[in-house]
Design a protein around this ligand. Sequence first.
Ligand SMILES: Cc1cc2nc3c(=O)[nH]c(=O)nc-3n(C[C@H](O)[C@H](O)[C@H](O)COP(=O)(O)O)c2cc1C
Ligand code: SF4
Length: 503
Amino acid sequence: MSNAPGGRVSSLVRFCWSNQGTCGKALLMAQEYRLILKHIDSEGYTPGLDSYVRHGGYETLRKTLLLEPKIISADRTVGAPEQIRNEVKISGLRGRGGAGFSCGLKWSFVDRKSGKPIYLICNADESEPGTFKDRQIIYKDPHQLIEGMVISCFANDVKLAFIYIRGEMPDGAQILNRALEEARSKNFLGKNILGSGYDLEIHVHRGAGAYICGEETGLIESIEGKRPYPRIKPPYFPAVLGLYMCPTIVNNVETLCAVKHIVEMGGAEYARLGTPNNTGTRIVSISGHVQKPGYYEIQVGHATIRELIYDFAGGLREGRTLKAVIPGGSSAKVFKAGERFKLKKRGSDAKESEEEIDMLDLPYDFDSLMAAGSMSGSSAIIVMDDSTDIVEALANISEFYAHESCGQCTPCREGSLWMSKALNRLASGDGRKEDADYLLTIADNIPGGRTICAFGEACSWPVQSFVRKFKDEFEAKGAAAEDRRAAGGATEADRISQVSTVK
Ligand SMILES: Cc1cc2nc3c(=O)[nH]c(=O)nc-3n(C[C@H](O)[C@H](O)[C@H](O)COP(=O)(O)O)c2cc1C
Ligand code: SF4
């Protein structure tokens, strides 16, 4: 079975338990479904315009710009932009950046009567640890993103748009700028696009390399040339008071690419992909202790975590067993191997029943992971086998969040730092048994509306879940350090400092 990145996973037969089919009937095993990644990594495909056009690129834009107004009734005509917005609504597309919010709904919130310009920003910050899907599009198929953006901008009467790319991806910015120049040269962008009378300009804006720039209002502040301090909502909902206090749409790279396919195939057809309320496809980044880390596009909910890890990513390393899985980027709550969940499922007779399943058998979709107490977030699975020191793993994650807090809110600024300090102390063998409870007290007091942005949740969820699910390991580390201290022995931290003093 080939499951290297870019390859297709061949069909195997399995029996289904899930809501995808009738139980007991043989089903094709989960397969990659390459819609957005269709050409990426295929032989001879390059990021250049010629390659994109040879593969049918910009044809959807051409058709979009030729769309005629639809007469609905004697006194109601629906223009082309509104038709596209309706298709996006019908498609059920949910944002691929993290929160999974309905794209059609977000677009419907845009204040179109303010008389102010409407802006669109493509969020290409992709800073959530474990996530590496958007950059595949940026580096290998930039015109797909540009076409998706031009269509989305046309649908929302946007004349100026931005791609906000994280500072650590200078090559990506260069590739995008080159692609934008190519698009301008063939009039897919700029004034009077393809003779339609529609004008649009897109600029690339490079961040300076901060995780919080991925949060949409921090990102907006950053484009405005300020520190990326997230804004309070309300009143600063981007759809009403966004960039330069004008209505603004912020969407993820993958979301905007999906729009192109929705317009191409129709919203209803797109909604047939995936599962109800979890429509379309999603690119999943898989990393950690697997044989074939990589990115894999699936129909949402058509593969379980088990299939993603063992069939797509080649399973664990030789002789290892599974310890934990983070299902949606480092801020998602961790699953412990062997954890079981009760999930509702609908049978072929439409009757609902409850089934208890192993964490690995959760279908990879927004709702199932949420029901299991975590999230699909930025669709990044991080796999940890039994060689993982769970305290060290969490110390590593928490150090990242402590470093990246913007510092505006006391619970987040202080709490993330306290958690990181306590975890580093524990990991270096200088902790206390009570550190586990101490960590939980801090982590439980940051989220829940106490902070300006969702970073408060992002830094607390890993601590809450790791410590609760692996409490014995945290307590054992603390107890061992206490015993060593009581016996007058050097702690690991002491030993490290002695070594560095000798040096
Ligand atoms: C701390 C934080 C970091 C975020 N980082 C990203 C990011 O790197 N990329 C992204 O698309 N969305 C990120 N988001 C989500 C954005 O705020 C926003 O919801 C998203 O870009 C909307 O696009 P979508 O609706 O297409 O998903 C982040 C959110 C938070 C709270
Ligand atoms: S929650 Fe944290 S990152 Fe977000 S605004 Fe407050 S301090 Fe900044």
